[in-house]
Write a protein that binds this ligand. Sequence first.
Ligand SMILES: Nc1ncnc2c1ncn2[C@@H]1O[C@H](COP(=O)(O)OP(=O)(O)O)[C@@H](O)[C@H]1O
Ligand SMILES: [Mg+2]
Length: 374
Amino acid sequence: MLHPGAVIGMVGGGQLGRMSAMAAARLGYLVHVFSPETDGPAAQVAARNTVAAYDDLSALRAFADAVDVVTFEFENLPAASLELLERCKPVRPGAKILSISQDRTLEKRFLNDAGIATAPWAKVESLAELEAAVARIGLPAVLKTTRLGYDGKGQAMLRAPEDLAPAFERLSPKPLVLEGFVDFGMEVSVMVARGLNGEVVAFDTVENRHKHHILDLTIAPAPLGPDPLARAQSIARLVAERLELVGLMGVEMFVTAKGDLVVNEIAPRPHNSGHWTMDACPCGQFEMHIRAVAGLPLPPALRHSDAVMKNLIGPDDMALWPQILATPGLIPHHYGKAQARPGRKMGHFNRLFPKGALPGELGIADALALTPKS
Ligand SMILES: Nc1ncnc2c1ncn2[C@@H]1O[C@H](COP(=O)(O)OP(=O)(O)O)[C@@H](O)[C@H]1O
Ligand SMILES: [Mg+2]
């Protein structure tokens, strides 16, 4: 168990690192950020910073020497960098989990081996393999890069046979993975943490709504019956146990019209769909992450309120920042990014409701409405 004053090494410098560093500071830890970016969201609030490329092995070695434990907010570290860190210091979650989550085919194979349903899938290295996979899985289907995708980047929807060749050409790096299209009724996720001693805690199952492939709203709890809510929890716990996770992870799932749960992807780090916990839980996802990484006991993942989280994306949403601050009841979180490029996650706000009093659609829209400019 790390004592106050210990240094947590954080690989990655974005908003997930920023909010983790703020939670770590509250527990008395110093955070040392490793990222290629000067003055990024995490660096602004961290005690120490290394600005270097993720494949700069000598900078990584010096970083590992300077910290007590290493964690991540960014998953796509090269394998050699990960191995180096793991030789020097405890890495939580470990390199094996990261390598699985970095590759959609390893991820799906792991899930299926654990008896967890995913969309039907096939690894695709050539156009001929894609045609064979489509013959087996059918259309519509989604073609994705196996690595480096985020916010819907690196994917293409295949609706008709003529879509195959252009999508195969466009997407890189290869190989690709073909997934059957899941005609889901709802997207949900569960944030789950596992401590050094193997204890597992899971936050409540929440609904996620996307706009242009980017998370827009999270609704906590998901408006589903007790049975699917509980099954989503069991799946997330099973994933954390099978991976022998030490840390925090998000498990994204589709709920089909029949009520079946299909896992879409896993992310062994804090996750945008867990931001609601910052204000609706006594111990939110970032404190839970730091506790697990530092070997502290994990409190129950209690939720004292219902909540809606709204992401603030790009310049259009950030133009609303003064109005967000002026609207009673909205809890604002700013990521400190200087440039509001379109599609970039700039911040979010949470809106709480008494537990059990989450309103319906119209009520949610009403609760998120901003006070007009005066
Ligand atoms: N097989 C699928 N069937 C239906 N929708 C999908 C499928 N795969 C992805 N999507 C949609 O695209 C979104 C982004 O895909 P995802 O695999 O989560 O990639 P990312 O890494 O960009 O988050 C999902 O949240 C979902 O809305
Ligand atoms: Mg996703």
